[in-house]
Design a protein around this ligand. Structure first.
Ligand code: GDP
Ligand code: MG
Length: 177
């Protein structure tokens, strides 16, 4: 199976949301380029990166959008959400507040995005286990109640990042097929 050659069967727009500094840009860097940086600059300008992968013998181009440092409440514009079929809603497991804000982000999504959007709740920075401030159980319970997928990741150690995107993209694929 050749990827990156000719035919793209699907393009799926996926948005990253969540508080500033939870690791959205590094999750994207890990997924799109297999890179990580400990001193990443705040993202400037709305940006997306793409990666093409194969799902059930079809080539799927994932177009992943990253916020432009507009993570303040209600600063992300509706254009950002437009056409999105998937979302990774990210918090930092070492920062309780970033988890407490997830309900706001979910409300934003439900107000602006397509109602069938596939949503994954992502607890990032599991490499900092000794600083953990949000239990896996609390997050899993929230995800179940709100009907979201849920995974904990480390962009630094490359744990579950691939899995998070694969799960969302495969679910989207199954919905459109
Ligand atoms: P964003 O504002 O949500 O895009 O967050 P960034 O991706 O810019 O990351 C904010 C800070 O957290 C940076 O210093 C990153 O290097 C760091 N960071 C991101 N992901 C991880 C991770 O999985 N583990 C650790 N230890 N640090 C991370
Ligand atoms: Mg960023």
């Amino acid at each position: 199976m050749t990827v990156g050659s000719d035919k793209i069967d699907y393009v799926f727009k996926v948005v990253l949301i969540g508080d500033s500094a939870v690791g959205k840009s590094q999750i994207l860097a890990r997924f799109a380029r297999n890179e990580f940086s400990l001193d990443s600059k705040a993202t400037i300008g709305v940006e997306f990166q793409t990666r093409t992968l194969v799902i059930q013998h079809k080539s799927v181009k994932a177009q992943i959008w990253d916020t432009a440092g507009q993570e303040r409440y209600r600063a992300v514009t509706s254009a950002y959400y437009r056409g999105a079929v998937g979302a990774l809603m990210v918090y930092d497991i070492t920062r309780r507040q970033s988890f407490d804000h997830i309900s706001r982000w979910l409300e934003e999504l439900r107000n602006h995005a397509d109602r069938n959007i596939v949503i994954m709740l992502v607890g990032n920075k599991t490499d900092l286990e000794d600083q953990r401030a949000v239990t896996t159980e609390d997050a899993r319970e929230f995800a179940q109640k709100e009907n979201l997928f849920f995974l904990e990741t480390s962009a630094l150690e490359a744990t579950n990042v691939e899995n998070a995107f694969q799960t969302v993209l495969t679910e989207i694929f199954n919905i459109v097929n």
